[in-house]
Design a protein around this ligand. Structure first.
Ligand code: ADP
Ligand code: MG
Length: 220
């Protein structure tokens, strides 16, 4: 599904450089559920941005479905990402001027899929938001916004879901509810999941747990 070989990521600052990832190797098989743990600042979000082709490594290779992202044009990477990856962020990242339904239909419309609003309605029903279709993000609770973001991530039926601390902005009860929905969806669709979390308990729901430390991943 995904392979990283000898990936290094260096950020340049005015006062020098910091190496966030160093010579990192990582492979994920289809339908695996992988938790990535690590303290704040250890490079978890950086790693996800490289996996999804949102950013490029300083050195090394990232392959998604056997395609080398480094050898592709930006436009091709964007297209591959839209077709293969659903992403959920800690801060939801919904479009504030669009309703829940319009937010979820958007990736389908970009991919020119048929009946986007019907499919978006079904996805919102799957996350229990059938009664919130015409609500704007500011009219919904944090948990409802994150469930909308989950619906948006799965509506294109991507083989890979990336989730970056999806419950990080929610109280623990709401967070657990959202995570349960996420795991139910992933099990139903048999998609691959890479979940960044610093919640030990949540990481136990995954089949594989890795700790990001010193620029590398370690089995835990
Ligand atoms: P995590 O998600 O584990 O908290 P991040 O991947 O966000 O960690 O950040 C890892 C390190 O890289 C941090 O020290 C952060 O300050 C730095 N960093 C992240 N993004 C950038 C950037 N765009 N430019 C410079 N430094 C960055
Ligand atoms: Mg982060």
């Amino acid at each position: 599904m995904l392979t990283l070989e000898k990936v290094t990521k260096v950020y340049e600052h005015q006062r020098g450089v910091i190496t966030v990832l160093q010579d990192l190797d990582f492979a994920v098989r289809p339908a695996e559920k992988v938790a990535i743990l690590g303290p704040s600042g250890s490079g978890k979000s950086t790693l996800l941005s490289l996996l999804s082709g949102l950013d490029r490594p300083t050195q090394g290779t990232v392959k998604l479905l056997d395609q080398d992202l480094g050898a592709m044009e930006e436009k091709q990477v964007t297209k591959l990402r839209a077709k293969t990856i659903g992403i959920v962020f800690q801060q939801f990242h919904l479009m504030s001027h669009l309703t829940a339904l319009e937010n979820v239909a958007l990736p389908l419309r970009i991919l020119r899929r048929t009946t986007p609003y019907e499919k978006a309605t079904q996805a919102l029903e799957q996350v229990g938001l059938g009664s919130r279709l015409n609500h704007f993000p500011h009219q919904m609770s944090g948990g409802e916004c994150q469930r909308t973001a989950l619906a948006r991530a799965i509506v294109t039926e991507p083989p890979l879901i990336l989730a970056d601390e999806p419950s990080g902005n929610l109280d623990s009860q709401t967070g657990d509810f959202v995570m349960k929905i996420l795991f139910d969806l992933v099990s139903q669709t048999k998609s691959t999941l890479i979940l960044v979390t610093h919640n030990e308990a949540l990481s136990q729901w995954c089949s594989r747990r890795l700790l990001l430390k010193g620029g590398k991943l370690h089995e835990v």
